[in-house]
Write a protein that binds this ligand. Sequence first.
Ligand code: IMP
Length: 408
Amino acid sequence: MENLSIIGLQWGDEGKGKIVDYHAGRFDGVARYNGGSNAGHTIVLGNRTYVFHLLPSGLLKGKRLFIGPGVVLDPLTLSEELDLAKKEGIKLDLTIDGRCTLVSPFETELDAIIEKARGSKALGTTRRGIGPAYAMRALRVVPRAMDLASGSFDLTSAKALYSLFTKDVPDLTGWLKSASEVIRGRLGDVGASILEMNESGKSVIFEGAQGVLLDLIHGTYPYVTGAHTLASYVPASLGIPAKSEGKVLGVAKAYTTRVGSGPFPTEITGRVADSIREIGKEYGATTGRPRRIGWFDLVAMKYAVRLNGVDEIALTKLDILTKVGEMKVCVAYKLDGREVTEFSSALPFIDRVTPVYEDLQSFLGLELTRAKLPRAVDAFVQHLERELKVKVSLVSIGEERTATVERG
Ligand code: IMP
């Protein structure tokens, strides 16, 4: 079986954790390839809810886990997650790539400093040091995991460079010791391990973090994350050949959410938005911030599908819409009196476009079961398939692993 890339098609929080966990049973490993502890991947098992920021979502299925070299790794967050897994009796088989960029308190402080300096134009980052860590990597001042393991990281020289960015460089002596302990005995070459698995007939899920519209280049810049979120980044960031990427499964919510600042053409406020937020538990898994709510946006979704060569879509959170008396899909944007259907031509003006909606039959009161989707829900799913020209192979109708419908 070929590998599978699972990526977010909106602004993150599409429910990737649940979908990775659902599919993980059929695969032999799960690898994180981008972002860092800004991600919050939620898995619900019975009455337990697990949120992981760095550990790949295959951990509850006992799969081989990889943190690839394109991830910016906060060793202290990882340490907390390893402790939690131990407490829960979860056995882990984790390999961290030695090339991972490490995130230290210097980068998290820099994140806060830059956000403060932006004032009313703050991005609303997760304050996990993600942008600064990628920037410092580009400037080649930040250590990789292997530099700590080999003892070659020179804190004194690093401090001299860090002080170019802030007067109050945090004391990193304690961090260095703890970070070295966390990564000790866990380092390896993730790309080589994945290829070895593939050669022996085993396959791996590549678990994306954030979503297409938060991509550093293709998203709603500057209101984006510091990493690349597209499927095409999978091979480069893991160190595997492009052809090993496998199938691309895009995950999208049946509505849209966004956490943090930035343009959001289909955003709604008021009673319907508040209901969706409460019923859908739309609060940031990493920061607890209320998520902004909006309708499904076909213009943005067509862009996301095109950029990623999406093979199939998993559509999540349909159950939430059965508690809401309205149902809309955005089919175009209005810009200076004309209709625009191409996201990239709207991008330079994205903060002032208004959505053109198609009203659909509401899902209010419909019962969603695995046996059969109600007609209105099926019509919505088929409508998306026609517009996006991609099969919706999976529909999520609840937070539990079992509340998942495979469409033949
Ligand atoms: P950063 O990734 O912490 O730099 O934050 C940049 C933007 O991406 C902010 O709007 C964050 O709220 C958003 N963001 C980062 N990670 C996630 C995520 O996992 N889900 C949703 N939004 C995210």
